[in-house]
Write a new protein. Structure first.
Lengths: 304, 73, 425
């Protein structure tokens, strides 16, 4: 989701304006956000309406991107991550997100943890075989753990040396928020698709092409979606291989090491993109038990 | 009785007019979405109470419909 | 994730995401049914006792559509005040059915205990959105007891404004009720025939009757606005209009016609007008503090029987941790009497067109004090228990009560205990 680089920060992303194309019975809007291609399908007749919906969607996606990005140096995330242990009063939307992150932490027994981002200082998933030594990973563990933060809404205290990263839910949350915003303006059928995290609403069945992440050269799968959301969690593109053993980039915050026998890619269907995304992430965190977990949740899923 | 109606219509219109500024953003609806924050949080209890007071007093209703007439008043 | 029941993870996540996105969580399990059940126990000291079991089934469909089915049983026993005045002698009355008599001792408020009845009521309600901005609801209800039948329909339309912060609602309902008492409908203000053993009693009794059944229609209109004030506060203001036409008299109520000494010389059946127009204004607000919720409402009612009433209701939900709460409740009610309400009639005076001594149309205040305890069980079912105490006091004074009546208790308090147990799953 967010491309990570060690040390230094990029400037906040400046985006090209969105593009609009007409197709048979609907419009397609495209723009870049959150480091992925974003698409908006709208079953409307007037170009002016499609244009205004697209502008609304792009602005909402960029608003969330700015808000959550670790690379913007005066947003709330930056201030929290550089707070040096002092309490920060967070605003409404953040209160909701931190509450949500806490619930996910509890429901996953601590495996889903938004404070686990600092582990990237030990790991670089570039497809090489450079596995870190145990020592640097061990050294980072004291700075990982939601149990170490103090969360008394709206005051948040992050101990010095710790960081939070909302990248794990950011894109799916943006999909849902964008769709809700558009639905207030227009009742037509629409699909919001941010890099494969999708939410469709309205009375229409869409055919969407999904690329196979495990085999980027294979033909695109066509997915028929009517109403609901789809999210994918996976590590097809970021991993390390050493001595034939594959290390996926989903790390266990309790050990600092990748989840053993993690699936390459898990896609889940649910009512909202946020829920689908969390279920997919939870499934990944189960390692080889991912399929069993998803069967128990009684959701539609696809595992590569 | 007509002037009593005016006492209702005027403030209500002002209320609705002034209401354009009140309210919350969609992401601020967490508390309002809770079942216990619905105006009638327990419809069964509300209906049972309505029935008791309808049988024992001369007033009834005010807040909405549901079902049920009975031979008690 | 072995600690938690796997089913609960999905359910908990759905609730969590709905909370995050500010959506109303109609938590969809594969069973889309919500079942609420309750039993009410109502008991007045020395008077009426009622037991009412209720079951409500709600089926949620996609897109915020829902079907509600409700079944209620009402089992009543006990005695109710007839409207006659007490005396310093034993009084004998004829039962409403004409079969038999009952007596009231000296100093006692006359009560009629032929009152065992069972009622069953069924209602169905369908609600669904219409497009993005509207919501509609339609429903029907039917109710039957031994001598009473009611059939009604209702419909309402709501429109959202202002990002669903403001909602305007208009509703209409119509009901038709038929009453067919055992012993038939009494002739208004006719004298009660007393059975002292005379051979012609049956003929005399029938002369006080005027027909087998009667009916009434009730039409109600509701106009309301609901407004979100801020993240923690919600308010509603409703105006209601109700029109009832037909037989509005209670065939079981009588009035005492008393002489100068205050003792009854005659009993007559009551008579109410054949139409009633009611208006009410209702205001409610709910506010969410850190954990607790306060619910406050006020209703003002006025009608063309000259009755005005005020109802003030306050509830405070005190959360005890995540799964339990305690909710104290206070209700204060005050009404003025109907213009045709009279505690008794004076012998020698011409009979008025309408008269009723039914204490429920008189000047009175009612106070309810209650406490409710609720909890969520480990299996996610909810249960609650409430205990309330309701006391009604007649406010009218009877300075003009002649003779022995000035020594009698003409407006006794009525107190009742209310107990309700609910279970939802």
């Amino acid at each position: 989701m967010f491309i990570r680089k060690k040390g230094g920060r990029r400037a906040p992303p400046i985006h090209k304006p969105p593009s609009l194309k007409k197709a048979e019975g609907y419009y397609i809007g495209r723009f870049q956000a959150m480091a992925c291609p974003c698409e908006l399908l709208m079953a409307v007749e007037k170009k002016s309406l499609a244009k205004s919906l697209l502008t609304l969607a792009a602005n909402e996606a960029w608003r969330i991107e700015q808000k959550f990005s670790r690379y913007v140096d005066d947003n709330l995330i930056y201030r929290i991550n550089h707070s040096n242990g002092k309490p920060i009063k967070v605003e409404e939307e953040f209160v909701q997100l931190l509450n949500f992150a806490q619930q996910c932490y509890e429901l996953s027994d601590g495996l889903f943890d938004i404070t686990s981002g600092v582990l990237r200082y030990a790991w670089t998933f570039d497809g090489s075989d450079r596995i870190p030594e145990p020592a640097p990973v061990e050294a980072l563990l004291p700075y990982v753990g939601w149990d170490k933060v103090t969360w008394q809404p709206p005051y948040f205290i992050l101990p010095k040396g710790m960081e939070i990263d909302l990248g794990g839910i950011g894109k799916e949350y943006a999909v849902d928020r964008t769709l809700l915003l558009l639905q207030e303006k227009c009742q037509a059928a629409m699909v919001v698709n941010f890099g494969g995290d999708i939410h469709a609403s309205g009375d229409r069945t869409w055919s969407i092409g999904i690329e196979n992440p495990a085999n980027l050269d294979s033909p695109i799968k066509i997915l028929k979606i009517h109403q609901g959301a789809l999210a994918t969690s996976g590590d097809a593109r970021r991993f390390l291989i050493k001595d034939g053993k594959r290390y996926g980039h989903v790390l266990n915050p309790k050990t600092g090491w990748p989840i053993s026998n993690a699936q390459r890619s898990v896609t889940v269907a649910a009512g909202t993109c946020t829920e689908a995304g969390i279920l997919a992430t939870f499934a990944l965190l189960q390692g080889e038990k991912a399929e069993e977990f998803l069967k128990n949740q009684d959701v539609q899923y696809w595992i590569e | 009785m007509t002037h009593k109606l005016l006492y209702i219509v005027l403030p209500t219109t002002l209320l609705i007019g002034g209401c354009a500024n009140l309210g919350v953003q969609p992401w601020e609806r967490d508390l309002l979405a809770k079942p216990e924050m619905q105006l009638i949080a327990d419809p069964i209890e509300a209906a049972l109470d309505d029935h008791i007071y309808f049988s024992k007093e001369a007033s009834s209703g005010g807040r909405g419909f549901g079902g049920g007439g009975c031979g008690c008043n | 994730m072995q600690l938690m029941n796997p089913k609960n993870i999905r359910g908990a996540l759905t609730i969590a995401t709905c909370s995050l996105l500010g959506l109303n969580s109609a938590v969809a399990d594969e069973e889309n049914w919500e079942i609420d059940s309750a039993v009410l126990y109502y008991s007045e000291t020395d008077r009426v006792t009622a037991i009412e079991p209720v079951i409500n089934l709600k089926r949620n469909f996609d897109d915020e559509k829902a079907l509600n089915l409700k079944l209620v049983f009402d089992l009543l026993t006990g005695a109710s005040a007839t409207g006659a005045t007490p005396s310093d002698q034993v009084q004998t009355f004829t039962r409403p059915s004409g079969n038999g008599s009952y007596t009231t001792s000296s100093g006692e408020t006359p009560l009629d205990d032929t009152f065992k009845d069972t009622r069953a009521a069924l209602s169905a309600q369908w609600e669904q959105p219409l497009g993005r901005d509207y919501k509609t609801s339609v429903g029907s209800n039917v109710s039957k007891e031994y001598d009473y039948f009611s059939l009604g329909i209702n419909g309402s339309l709501s429109r959202y404004f202002n990002q669903r912060n403001t909602t305007l609602t208009a509703g209409l309902s119509y009901a038709n009720d038929t009453i067919e008492p055992e012993g038939d409908i009494p002739l208004e203000l006719a004298s009660m025939a007393i059975n002292t053993g005379q051979a012609r009693f049956e003929e005399e009794f029938n002369a006080t009757r005027r027909g087998g059944d009667e009916s009434k229609t009730t039409a109600d209109l509701l106009l309301g606005v609901t407004q979100v004030i801020d993240r923690q506060t919600l308010m509603q203001l409703n105006y209601s209009f109700g029109q009832s036409d037909g037989y509005l008299t209670d065939p079981f109520k009588i009035l005492s016609v008393v002489g100068n000494d205050g003792r009854a010389v005659d009993y007559v059946y009551e008579s109410r007008p054949d139409s009633r127009t009611k208006h009410s204004l209702y205001w409610q607000t709910k506010h969410h503090f850190n954990q607790d919720i306060v619910d406050l409402s006020y209703r003002y009612m006025w009608d063309d029987w000259d009755i005005t009433s005020h109802t003030f209701d306050l509830r405070y939900r005190w959360k005890l941790g995540h799964k339990h709460y305690l909710e104290p409740h206070f209700r204060y009610y005050m009404q003025s009497n109907a213009d045709f309400y009279q505690r008794f009639l004076l012998d020698g005076q011409p009979l008025p067109e309408h008269a009723s001594a039914d204490y429920r149309l008189g000047e009175l205040t009612g106070i309810t004090l209650g406490l409710k305890y609720g909890m969520t069980l480990p299996n996610d079912h909810d249960l609650s228990l409430r205990l309330e105490y309701y006391q009604q006091s007649g406010e009218a004074n009877a300075n003009n009560a002649p003779g022995i009546l000035s020594q009698q208790e003409l407006f006794p308090d009525v107190d009742a205990v209310i107990v309700q147990f609910s279970y939802s799953f």
